[in-house]
Design a protein around this ligand. Structure first.
Ligand code: MN
Length: 247
């Protein structure tokens, strides 16, 4: 190592999943740059994962990174949770669903620290046998508006379990969050527990019950809130960084 050069062995990599989007007659892979900034601000290096993985390639890939971040995006195909399309579903991609389910199962088996955001909490739940509320407005009586927020507006409150990963990361049990989803966890998947809800009961945070697998799942978009002065949401990404360094 040259004088003062950073030690590349200290670098920590977060694999971030991406979406497929149709643009100008071409299928393109994409990701909001907010994730990149939030990960970089926490001292971690983002690497992007295209939606191409099966169980073998998921394990081989996760063996070379330090953490997995499941990003937001379109709805999970209802067939993955034993349902049919009963409401308008948005942005389905079976390629992305299959790839992310393979990554989630590999991450749990390998105990790779995992942060799941928005669609991420939903696909984690589905990967372990859970189901989704397919359209909150249609299927959840008394629901608040969960899909009328801008990316940087804190629309509704969330109450967190005091002993949860989310509460420790955010250093509070009560906060307001942005909300850009029309689906949510319904029946909980195996090996997960609910750790946060909106006032209408919609699940907003969950985590792994396996102490060996650090997996923090949130329904809102902390990556779009980290630019706020004193944003508690920076704590989500800091907690991921701390977990990686502790391993
Ligand atoms: Mn919400």
């Amino acid at each position: 190592m040259k004088n003062g050069a950073p030690d590349s062995r200290a670098a920590r990599f977060v694999a971030v999943t991406t979406s497929i989007r149709r643009e100008n007659d071409t299928n393109r892979v994409g990701l909001s740059t907010s994730y990149l900034q939030a990960v970089k601000n926490a001292g971690l290096i983002p690497v992007l994962l295209p939606p191409v993985y099966d169980s073998f390639t998921a394990k081989a890939t996760l063996a070379r990174v330090d953490a997995l971040l499941l990003s937001g995006g379109g709805d999970v195909d209802p067939s993955y949770y034993g349902d049919t399309e009963r409401h308008e579903v948005r942005g389905l991609s079976r390629a992305r669903d299959e790839s992310e389910i393979a990554l989630i199962k590999a991450a749990r088996e390998m105990c790779i620290p995992t942060l799941a955001i928005c669609r991420g909490i939903q696909i984690v739940n589905v990967a372990f046998g859970g189901t989704l509320v397919q359209d909150i407005r249609s299927d959840w009586p008394g629901a608040l508006a969960h899909d009328e927020s801008t990316r940087t507006t804190r629309l509704h409150s969330v109450t967190l379990e005091p002993d949860s990963l989310a509460a420790r990361a955010l250093q509070t049990t009560e906060l307001k969050v942005n909300s850009l989803h029309h689906q949510a966890i319904d029946k909980l998947g195996e090996g997960l527990r609910v750790t946060g809800r909106a006032p209408d009961g919609i699940v907003e945070a969950a985590e792994s019950t396996d102490p060996a697998w650090w997996a923090l799942c949130v329904q809102w978009h902390p990556e779009d809130l980290v630019e706020e002065p004193l944003s508690p949401d920076r704590g989500i990404f800091a907690a991921l960084a701390d977990q990686i360094k502790a391993e």
